[in-house]
Design a protein around this ligand. Structure first.
Ligand code: ADP
Length: 246
């Protein structure tokens, strides 16, 4: 079978991402927010800060602290998940924080903290990278200075083929899973994990596929933030003469 003929369990081609959309500024009360849909993944991120860190003795004198919580709702998985944070959620919170922290200019906010709350409402594989992608948009919407956006995507090996954007079934049945996150303009990798085994050649192919997927999602991040700016510019400011039409 040639590469082109390989059709995945959900009908996708090896290079095809699931359907995706990102929206910024979806929550009224957070300082910054975003949601991502990637296939059936549906993840909402709320950001607060920068604000004074509490308790004060834990604050860092030269930079801000990022607190990050990745949480899956009990109804996000096929079987009810306990609402208590699992070991996996604690680990993912740390992995996601480490990836995002490389982009945030923390030195601008000594003794302060930034909170990132990630709620997975519905999970369908590759939630860690989708969470990073949405969190970066939420941080930008909060006006937090970033060196670059952070965008993530996964690739994997399923039935001997290298595929992009690993779905839940592919994650369970597949031979390997490679989630990555990058800063697209600075050309830096901020997260790279691997579960399973790949040859050097397969690793290269998987990395390139994940990279191409991330760059496609970066365009959607920009669209989400641009959409927000356009929405803001539609609101007539006080005394600009538009009141008559309201
Ligand atoms: P990622 O979501 O980043 O791929 P994993 O590889 O750990 O992280 O998880 C793969 C997928 O397995 C998740 O996206 C989710 O769809 C599913 N999953 C994770 N935890 C649970 C759970 N406790 N119960 C059922 N499904 C889960």
């Amino acid at each position: 079978m040639s590469k082109e003929e390989f059709i995945r369990v959900d009908g996708r081609k090896p290079d095809e991402l699931r359907k995706y959309s990102i929206n910024a500024g979806i929550l009224k009360n957070a300082d910054g927010s975003a949601e991502i849909r990637l296939g059936k993944n549906w993840i909402v991120v709320g950001v607060y800060g920068p604000k004074e860190h509490f308790p004060k003795f834990e604050a860092l004198q030269d930079r801000a602290i990022i607190n990050c919580r990745y949480h899956m709702a009990p109804y996000s998985t096929t079987e009810r998940k306990s609402p208590k944070p699992s070991r996996r959620e604690i680990e993912l919170s740390k992995v996601i924080r480490t990836a995002l922290e490389q982009a945030v200019i923390l030195e601008k906010f000594p003794e302060m903290s930034i909170d990132i709350f990630i709620e997975v409402l519905q999970a369908e594989g590759s939630t860690r990278v989708a969470s990073i992608t949405a969190a970066s948009v939420a941080l930008a919407e909060a006006g937090i200075p970033l060196r670059d956006m952070v965008v993530g995507c996964s690739a994997g090996k399923v039935s001997g083929k290298i595929v992009v954007d690993v779905g839940e079934e592919e994650d369970k049945e597949g031979e390997a899973d490679l989630p990555i996150a990058i800063m697209p303009n600075l050309k830096r990798v901020v997260l790279l994990q691997m579960d399973g085994k790949l040859t050097h050649e397969e690793f290269k192919e998987a990395f390139e596929k994940a990279l191409a997927g991330a760059l496609e999602l970066y365009e959607e991040q920009k669209r989400a933030l641009k959409g927000l700016i356009e929405k803001m510019s539609e609101i007539p400011s006080e005394g600009d003469g538009n009141e008559q039409g309201v």
